[in-house]
Design a protein around this ligand. Structure first.
Ligand code: GDP
Ligand code: MG
Length: 598
């Protein structure tokens, strides 16, 4: 009976269309959070999310809604990120739900991730509740957007709710729609337990905390459970829900979304997408898990202090529990020592991982220049996957390099089609097609090298369309490309962590640009440091960092030890994200210099 009163739904949208703000209003309206505790984008609970104003993690909360029909419903609401790098969070959230509230900005209309995310929900057979948000904006055009949702997505939007999450308009109407349109969960309470792990996080005291959606049966403290794919067993210590603070429950049953702990200390045992069942009365089949995400971009991650290598490994293992798309394996660099090769879904993901490791695990790190994975065909007929430019084989042994390509869909107003095409062309794109979505909007489709998309393409796209273009892309195999490796030498020594791959046509030019950029970025040392860029044995650029003696305390008289200590401390802090490469101190920015292509 309880089941009939449960509604599980996610909020999905393009970034910035107002998901987290809508979640705030829903939390308020249902008195889940008191006025005193309320703050903007409450579910963005990580500092990093709040500082950047973006949602990075999915976040599930339970709330109680007193509907107009006099009954009380239990809602499990999952707020999701909108950025393409975090779409894995969205797909995992959707698998825990029966419905999705689709938020579309009344001024911006349907954008690339609106489509990408709503298609994920449609593929999962979820009931979609369309909401047109930000109707308070002077530039809002709700009726046009309603039409656009129908034309572009193919969804009936005649009953789309007109809302302003900011001003609290339409919130009750959305909740009523959730009650009436989103189906209640089904699932046999007396069947063996079947619960899907859709997220997890490591807690120093409780071990691994699993976020689960129970599909069949029940689970309570004391139960013996089995994780079906990893074939490990545990005794449940606690179950509960987040509301949004954790609340213990006596039991979770079919239809519920909540958390479970079982003193799981061995991190390797838990996999997002695994099925939890009863140990002594197991389910027959595992639930359909998740497609493994293939990383788009790789980079090296190194502790600035070599002694912290093991700490970094432990931190990566723990972070991976909460970031299922992160991959890593050990690697060594001549320049940087022992570290890890990590795979990410994009540069924002990479940046977030570095920041989280530093904040949540107290690491100080250097990430090296990102790279895509090349398929290198050698003259002896074998193939080699290369995701680290330093590992590119000798040019003489290479028959051909195949580069990953994507199919890029760029949604843009008519007026900007010209500038978009010009940009794509410049980034080695091949035009495929163009679809008119309606009177104003065009989908421009190109095949392009992944490396060009990942680096600064998005910023360029935004600036050449005054922010109007949105982008989505999918991997689309590899194509042969004329690529070369460019090495950077500091003080005469090749720095493997600074090597990068470029199209031959732009190689010499990029070598020069990067050498001169490094000259700006690397602080002066107390000796002159020559910087060179080389393709094979050929030097294509050469410049010098002049010597400079930097001793901030020299001029301070000994009478003021306080001030001296403070200055030293300040100088030490300035050294963060700085790594000694041979005798040269190299800051983090140097490794990212290759990202800016002009
Ligand atoms: P999300 O990325 O989809 O989670 O979007 P957020 O909830 O973080 O909102 C993005 C921005 O839009 C924030 O600055 C919000 O204050 C603003 N915003 C959200 N809803 C509304 C609305 O209904 N009206 C107006 N004017 N701004 C809104
Ligand atoms: Mg958000």
């Amino acid at each position: 009976e309880r089941q009939k009163h449960i509604r599980n739904f996610s909020i999905v949208a393009h970034i910035d269309h107002g998901k987290s703000t809508l979640a705030d209003r829903i939390l308020e309206m249902t008195d889940t959070v008191s006025k005193r505790e309320m703050q903007n984008q409450l579910l963005d609970s990580m500092d990093l999310e709040r500082e950047r104003g973006i949602t990075i993690k999915l976040n599930a909360v339970e709330l109680h809604y007193h509907a107009k029909n006099g009954e009380t419903y239990i809602f499990h609401l999952i707020d999701t990120p909108g950025h393409v790098d975090f779409s894995y969070e969205v797909s995992r959230s959707l698998a825990a739900c029966e419905g999705a509230v689709l938020v579309v900005d009344a001024a911006q209309g349907v954008e690339a991730q609106t489509l990408a995310n709503v298609y994920l929900a449609i593929d999962d057979d979820l009931e979609i509740v369309p909401v047109i948000n930000k109707i308070d904006l002077p530039s809002a055009r709700p009726e046009e957007i309603r039409q656009e949702i129908e034309d572009v997505i193919g969804l009936d939007a005649s009953e789309a709710v007109l809302a302003s999450a900011k001003q609290g308009i339409g919130i009750e109407e959305i909740l009523e729609k959730v009650v009436h349109d989103v189906p209640a969960p089904t699932g046999d309470l007396s069947a063996p337990l079947k619960a899907l792990i859709f997220d997890s996080v490591y807690d120093d005291y409780r071990g691994v905390v699993l976020s689960i959606r129970v599909f069949e049966g029940t689970v309570k403290p004391g139960d013996r459970i089995r994780l079906m794919n990893t074939e490990t067993e545990y005794e449940v210590t606690e179950v509960g829900v987040n509301s949004p603070k954790p609340l213990k429950r006596e039991v979770l049953m079919a239809g519920d979304v909540g958390y479970l702990t079982a003193s799981i200390k061995d991190i390797q045992d838990t996999r997002v997408g695994d099925t939890v069942t009863n140990a002594d009365n197991p389910a027959e089949k595992v639930l359909e898990g998740y497609r493994e995400m293939a990383p788009m971009v790789y980079s090296g991650l190194y502790p600035t202090d070599n002694a912290k290598y093991n700490d970094l490994r432990e931190a990566l293992e723990k972070l991976q529990l909460n970031d299922a798309a992160l991959e890593f394996e050990p690697e060594t660099s001549q320049a940087l020592g022992f570290g890890f090769r990590c795979g990410f879904l994009g540069l924002l993901h990479m940046d977030v991982v570095q920041e989280r490791l530093e904040r949540e695990f107290n690491m100080d790190l250097i990430t090296t220049a990102p790279s895509v994975t090349y398929d290198v065909e050698l003259t002896d007929g074998t193939h080699k996957k290369v995701d680290n430019p330093a590992a590119m084989p000798e040019a003489s042994t290479i028959k051909q390099i195949n580069e990953p390509f994507v199919k890029a869909t760029i949604m843009v107003p008519n007026d900007y089609v010209g500038s978009v095409m010009e940009l794509c062309q410049r980034k080695r794109g091949n035009f495929l097609t163009m679809d008119y979505l309606d009177e104003y909007r065009v989908n421009v489709i190109y095949e392009m090298p992944l490396s060009e998309i990942i680096f600064d393409f998005f910023d360029k796209l935004k600036s050449s369309t005054r922010g109007y273009a949105s982008l989505d892309y999918d991997l689309d195999g590899t194509r042969p490309s004329d690529l070369v490796k460019i090495d950077i030498l500091l003080n005469g020594d090749k720095v493997d962590a600074l090597s990068f791959i470029s199209h031959r046509q732009f190689a010499a030019e990029r070598g020069r640009t990067i050498a001169s950029r490094l000259k700006e970025i690397i602080p002066r040392q107390n000796f002159e440091v020559p910087i060179q860029a080389a393709i094979g044995a050929k030097i294509v650029a050469r410049t010098n960092i002049k010597a400079y003696r930097k001793d901030v305390t020299a001029r301070i008289h000994t009478g003021d030890p306080d001030r001296r200590a403070k200055l030293l401390e300040k100088q030490k802090r300035g050294k963060k994200r700085m790594k000694s490469v041979g005798t040269v101190e190299v800051p983090q920015e140097a490794f990212m210099a290759v990202l800016k292509t002009d």
